[in-house]
Design a binder for this molecule. Sequence first.
Ligand code: ADP
Ligand code: MG
Length: 602
Amino acid sequence: LQFQPQHHHHHHHPPKPLSLSLRIHNSTITNTTIKTHNTFQFLKPYILSQHKPILCGWLCSAISVYSLSNLLSKFSKIATINAPDTLPLAALLVARLIATYAQHALLWEASLNAVYNLRLHVFDRVLRKELAYFEANDALSAGDIAYRITAEASDLAVTLYTLLNTIVPSTLQLSAMMMQMLVISPALSLISAMIIPCMVLVVAFLGKELRKISKETHISIAALSAYLNEVLPAILFVKANNAESCESARFKRLALMDYSAKLKKKKMKAVIPQVIQAIYFGVLCILCAGSVVISRGSFDRYSLVSFVTSLLFLIEPIQDVGRAYNEWRQGEPAAERLFAMTRFKNKVVEKPDAVDLERVTGELKFCDVSFGYNDDMPLVLDGLNLHIRTGEIVAIVGPSGGGKTTLVKLLLRLYDPTSGCMLIDNHNIRNIRLSSLRRHVGVVSQDITLFSGTVAENIGYRDLTTKIDMERVKLVAKTAHADEFIRKLPEGYKTIIGPRGSTLSGGQRQRLAIARAFYQNSSILILDEATSSLDSKSELLVRQAVQRLMQNRTVLVISHRLETVMMAKRVFLLDNGKLTELPRSTMLDGHKDSLLSSGLVI
Ligand code: ADP
Ligand code: MG
């Protein structure tokens, strides 16, 4: 199931995709068959960690079954019962009600807890995956990941609950009822036993079908979620292109797919109990006929009532086992899909003996750095050499798609170079702790990431577990010329800015990003086209803020604007994977053409 994208795009390129395209990734569902065994192994620790509520729940189920069989055996003697004897009956009934309630509550607690822990684990694993996992052509979309972690994990809780509620309680009830029936009439019990193989056959057959349909419903709902995750963030773009009806139609198609898949599944599920009842009804008819023949005197009608009641309570656990089996058939793909997200091996790994650099001076060296995103694609960077001294400002210009942002990704070790190395203060960055490296290299890029949170949280965004230093936030905001507009916001620094900061202007967002970089205060600063999309009014303020930010740091400016480039001591051109220095003195005349052709705005 795949809708081909009509327009290929990369997330960091300024123009939004021309048409919103949707790709549904089900490679992990259809192509990779993970053995059930592995899925079990994957779930096992989460289930085992809940052994306490599970065992308590099972104990309650034993109490509940015990009270039931006692009740039923008393029923067979109901003719001889006197008024005072009904008291223990009532007590048994109450015991059963309470025990059954506790059983369900405890088993739900165990299932929800297991899935809660599983969810935390899966999301943490996803977060810690390297950038390549998210950027690959066949990467899962954000919507798909979101769907798996939200809805599918919830479904899995239902599956776990059903399984836990079946394994022991149903077996107990099944055996208790069989005993009951055997005691009353072995002959009739034998006839009734016919139900079991019939039901097993039906359930097994339907279970297989159910699993198939269940996969379809998973794919269609994931597609719906992926679609919404793509279209809603681009709402401005949709409106600007009058594309509401077009997107409505696209949504309708996906919603219809989900509807048909769900309907098919629900119809299938509705058949199962009917088939079981039909079998059950047949057996009842045989029993009624049979009892007349078999009983004769020794078998009174109370015994028949008791027997049939036991049979009724026998059907219940059998049905439960069938339901649990089906539930597992449906839940298994969900577990597999969650499991699949945890199995990805990062190529960028931290060495066990990596060092934590307390502070760096900011000397930067690239030695023969080559890099390609894929083996079968041409190199994006081809043998780059560059030495930036401490406190120096160096600019890199070049056509878009030339590999400038890729260079930044390498410096942050979001990818590792195919060959060559990068040094910070003469430490190979492969030998530096990732957290340390990313603390010392600050990046301000063109598209600024803001989270729905307060202004202060956005400026102090690092590790939200450490408390944000408000004094420092205000100080950096002043330095970044952001203080003035922040004060005018309804609640100042405590104002919640909407998702992606859509309530702020481009220049304001830019200044927040600069304030954030001040807050981070890294020795190495990279400005990746940081000031390329600004309105002229806020431009001066931003430029001043940037100039302040560049002081006392090693700065790599990536830009196609001459003004920003003019602040640099040396200017390099990155084109066709090669880096060449542009002589500064002749930059404005001799190399004007090459600068212009490389997209530099003068
Ligand atoms: P610049 O920042 O100079 O505009 P980039 O570094 O973003 O250029 O991109 C350089 C080249 O690498 C482009 O041809 C782009 O299509 C390609 N590219 C960027 N990101 C990826 C990726 N995740 N996977 C494959 N190719 C990519
Ligand atoms: Mg770029």
